[in-house]
Design a protein around this ligand. Sequence first.
Ligand code: ZN
Ligand code: ZN
Ligand code: ZN
Ligand code: ZN
Ligand code: ZN
Ligand code: ZN
Ligand code: ZN
Ligand code: ZN
Length: 410
Amino acid sequence: MVLKASLFANMKEKQVPCRTRGCDNTWTWEANDQLRWMGEGKDDPPQRMCPQCYAKYNDLSEMQVPCANDTCENTWTWTKVARLAALKRGRTEPPTDRLCNGCRDQAKSVKGLDVPCRVRGCDGTWYWTAEERMAADGGTDTAKPPLRMCEKCYDRFRHLRDETVPCRIAQCEGTWLWTRRMQLETPADKGNEPPRRMCDDCAAIFSELESKEQPCRISGCDKTWTWTRFMQIEAQRFGDGQPQPRMCNACFNRFREFSDKEVRCRIGGCKNSWIWTKGMQLEAAAKGRVRQPRRMCTDCMDQIAEFENKEISCKQEGCDGTWTWSTEAQLSASRTGRKSDPPAKLCRTCKQFLAKTTTQTLTCQKCDTTITWTKEHQLNVKLGVWSKPTLCADCRRAKEPAASQQAQRQ
Ligand SMILES: [Zn+2]
Ligand SMILES: [Zn+2]
Ligand SMILES: [Zn+2]
Ligand SMILES: [Zn+2]
Ligand SMILES: [Zn+2]
Ligand SMILES: [Zn+2]
Ligand SMILES: [Zn+2]
Ligand SMILES: [Zn+2]
């Protein structure tokens, strides 16, 4: 009695973890029970449930669950302990992937399979176990493997988070969800960049649109450019619904090859230049014009307004015609700084007369020598300034020596 009492004195009751997997509770191991347990030579404390688990355990009953193999009618037993453990993890329904004992035995003759990872672009595999295959087709090798990730992908998948990405339409503030699955399937060379996508609102409009051909904005070009569905959405949702003027591809490519050119002002004597822009060159090319145009510099364009066309008397004696001193010619004269007086010029009628007339051959009335009758002389005769020659120079001089000076004006 004394011995026993002293033993009891050293023994204290203990809190021992509940045997149910997933349960954090403890049960109380009383001192006398510990003593008895040790007396039987056992070291580890007994496997027991906490009072709550035990109460639940008593409410539960074993369950017969159909075999996961659809072609099998048998069942397997979901024990009270297993049910309790499942309950602790919040599961009330039996697992659906378990085989009956018979099927489990049969699965030993079925081979597991390495199946390609479901993630596009991944060349990893996952292992389809014999039991899973058995459950899928009863060992007949007819079922296709399910879609699953390899371990590596699954691991990445677990660490990824769905991301909200802005709509690809420039001015749209909508977003779309870049899911973990989509991220996983983004090819490695694309890094972590989300693809360009539209939000749902934009996508809904997109599906009802068709791309349209639009005329090139370069006048003279009869090609077209494609008004894409994306551009149309932008125009519809955030613009006036109309396409922006654009160049066709051919013009655009040509445009890039061109460069602005400095061209000398067309006004004679002006040292300025003007810029023949790429756009102007492109329009010229589209109209089939290859030569560089002749234009005035901006200074000349401003100053030419100060001039007016002037009618100037023909320089030909006896002619009362005029010629037009153009504003451009006047500007040019002022640029050279030479003079403000008009040059001496023939009127159009006189010019045309000289152009049409040919030099004539006459015969001297006195000595039969040949006389050359120049065009200029003919003009003077036509206008009544001089008279048509009848004598050669020698005969004329012999007749009127005083007039020889005038004769040389021919
Ligand atoms: Zn418990
Ligand atoms: Zn079975
Ligand atoms: Zn994978
Ligand atoms: Zn959008
Ligand atoms: Zn074009
Ligand atoms: Zn100029
Ligand atoms: Zn004239
Ligand atoms: Zn003569």
